[in-house]
Design a protein around this ligand. Structure first.
Ligand code: EPU
Length: 442
C-alpha cells in the first residue's frame, strides 16, 4: 500500500460530545459483490466512503458492473457487461474482500477466475471453506497459477458445514450464500457465520428475491430461485467503528454519545466495558459511554459472533494498557493478530505475550511516541493509545485507517481530540517504496 499521510495526535484530552458512526465496511463489501447476482440496479444506502469500497468498485468495474455514487453515501451498482469473469491479483491482493466476487460470479455467470488473496498482516487467511462450499454446490474448482478457476453448469442445493478449526467463516458464508440463492433446490448452511454483516447481506438478497430462512442464526436454509432483481437496501451501522470510538472514550476517561448504532450488535462489547467499570447507557440507537476513573482489568477473548470481535481486540489492548491491574487478551479468530503489541510498547504499554495470550499490566500513564501502523485495526489501536497518552504520538502508515474508518480523525476531533493529518516523512517515503517493491499485501 502506498502511504500518503501520517497522523499527529496530542494525547491526554478526554473525548466528550456526540459522534455518529458510518455504515459498516464489512457489510457493504459483500453486498457490493452480491450486486453481480441482480438483473437490475442494486441501490445501497449508507455505504461508507472508504478506500476498501473504492478498491471493490474497481474490481467490479473490471467485471462489467458500473457504480454510481452520490454524496449522500448511496451507491448504485448495475451490470452493464456480463461477460468478464476475472478478478486480477493486482486488485485482490490489495483487499481480500474482493474474493467475495467468487460466489456471485459463479452463480450468475457460470464461471469465475479469481486470484487467491495471498498473505496478510493479521496471519494466515485460507479460503478452503469457501471452496469446499462452492464445490458442494456442484462447482468444478481448480487452482492454477495463483488463481481459483471455478466453473458450474447449473449449481444444485446441498447441505454444507461452514466451520473449520477456528469456527465459522464470515466472507466464506457470504460467498457460499450468494451462490446458493441461485442454485437449484434447497441448500442448508450449517455453522454459518452469525455476524450482523452476514444477516444484513441476507436481507439484501431477500430484497432481491432470494428465499432464505434462519437469517442471523447459524443455520441458513436457502431455496434457490431462477433470477434475482435489483433492490434498495440500507447498510447497517459499523459496529467496529462504534466499538473503537467507545474504547477511545473509555481510554481517555471521557464522556460521549456514540450515535446511529444498533445496540444489539454491540452487546458483548457493552458488557465488557461495564465489567471494566465504564458506565454505558444503551439508548434506542446510541450508546452513552462515561469513564470517570481508571478502568478495572478484564479478560478479552475474541471469538466469532456473538463473542467480542477480533476486529476490536487491538483497541481493547490499547485501552487496557491503562487499567488498574493485569488484563489478558487472546484472539481465537486470528491467534497471531498481535503486530500492534510492539508498537504499543513504544507508547509505554507493558504487554507480554505468553502462549499466545497478551498479558497486559496496566500503567498509570502512556507516553506519546512515533509508531508505525501495520494494518487497519492496529492503526485504530495506536490512535486509541495515542489519544490516551501524554504528549505527541505520530502514527506512520496511517493510510490504513482510511481503508476502514470514514474520517476517523474528523470524528475524534469532533469529540475534542487533537489530531491532524500530516505529510509523510522522508523515512516513511523510503519504507513505502520498499513495501511496494516487495509487493506487500494488507
Ligand atoms: N478460515 C479458514 N478457512 C477458510 C476461511 C477462514 O480456516 O476458508 C479461518 C481463518 O483463518 C480465521 C477464521 O477462519 O482463523 C475466521 O476467518 P473469516 O473467514 O471469518 O474471516 P474473513 O471472512 O476473511 C472477515 C472480516 C475481517 C474479520 C473477520 C473475523 C470482512 C471483509 N472481513 O474476514 O475483517 O476480522 O471476518 O471476524 O468481512 C477488518 O475489518 O479489519 C477485518 C480483517
Amino acid at each position: 500500500m502506498r502511504h500518503h499521510w501520517q497522523l499527529h495526535i496530542i494525547g491526554g484530552r478526554r473525548l466528550c460530545g456526540t459522534v455518529e458512526v458510518s455504515g459498516s465496511k464489512n457489510a457493504a463489501l459483500p453486498m457490493m459483490a452480491a450486486a453481480i447476482l441482480a438483473e437490475g440496479p442494486v441501490r445501497l444506502e449508507q455505504v461508507p466512503a472508504l478506500a476498501d469500497v473504492d478498491t471493490l468498485t474497481l474490481v467490479l468495474a473490471e467485471l462489467g458492473v458500473a457504480a454510481e455514487r452520490s454524496s449522500q453515501g448511496n451507491l448504485v451498482l448495475e451490470t452493464i457487461d456480463a461477460e468478464p469473469v476475472r478478478a486480477s491479483y493486482e486488485l485482490v491482493r490489495r483487499m481480500r474482500a474482493s474474493f467475495c466476487v467468487l460466489g456471485p460470479l459463479l452463480a450468475r455467470r457460470g464461471r469465475a477466475v479469481v486470484s487467491l488473496p495471498g498473505g496478510c498482516n493479521i496471519g494466515p487467511r485460507p479460503v478452503d471453506l469457501h471452496l469446499k462450499g462452492l464445490a458442494a454446490l456442484g462447482a468444478e474448482i481448480e487452482i492454477r497459477h495463483g488463481y481459483v478457476h471455478a466453473r458450474a453448469n447449473g449449481l444444485r442445493g446441498a447441505t454444507i458445514r461452514l466451520s473449520g478449526l477456528r469456527g465459522s467463516t464470515v466472507t466464506g458464508t457470504a460467498n457460499v450464500l450468494c451462490a446458493a440463492v441461485l442454485a437449484r433446490g434447497e441448500t442448508v448452511l450449517l455453522d454459518a457465520a452469525q455476524e450482523p454483516e452476514i444477516a444484513d447481506l441476507a436481507r439484501l438478497l431477500i430484497a432481491m428475491g432470494a428465499r432464505i430462512d434462519g437469517v442471523g442464526t447459524a443455520t441458513l436454509r436457502v431455496r434457490g430461485v431462477d433470477r434475482l432483481e435489483g433492490a434498495t437496501h440500507r447498510v447497517i451501522p459499523d459496529r467496529i467503528e462504534a466499538a473503537t470510538m467507545a474504547l477511545a472514550v473509555a481510554a481517555t476517561r471521557g464522556c460521549a454519545t456514540i450515535a446511529g448504532v444498533v445496540p444489539e450488535h454491540l452487546e458483548a462489547v457493552v458488557a465488557k466495558l461495564r465489567q471494566a467499570g465504564c458506565d454505558v447507557e444503551v439508548g434506542e440507537d446510541c450508546l452513552a459511554v462515561e469513564a470517570t476513573r481508571r478502568l478495572e482489568p478484564v479478560e478479552i477473548v475474541a471469538r466469532p459472533c456473538p463473542g467480542i470481535p477480533s476486529d476490536i481486540q487491538a483497541q481493547w489492548m490499547a485501552t487496557l494498557a491503562l487499567a488498574r491491574g493485569q488484563s489478558r487478551v487472546t484472539d481465537r479468530v486470528f491467534p497471531g493478530r498481535f503486530t500492534h503489541v510492539a508498537e504499543l510498547h513504544r507508547l509505554g504499554a507493558r504487554i507480554e505475550m505468553i502462549d499466545g495470550t497478551a498479558v497486559i499490566t496496566g500503567m498509570e500513564r502512556l507516553s506519546g511516541a512515533r509508531v508505525v501502523a501495520s494494518d487497519l485495526r492496529a492503526s485504530a489501536a495506536l490512535v486509541v493509545g495515542g489519544l490516551a497518552a501524554e504528549g505527541e504520538t505520530i502514527v506512520a502508515q496511517a493510510d490504513h485507517l482510511d481503508r476502514g474508518y470514514q474520517q476517523l480523525d474528523a470524528k475524534v476531533a469532533r469529540l475534542g481530540g487533537v489530531v491532524r493529518r500530516g505529510p509523510i516523512s522522508d523515512e516513511e517515503q523510503c519504507e513505502s517504496v520498499r513495501e511496494r517493491e516487495q509487493g506487500c499485501a494488507s
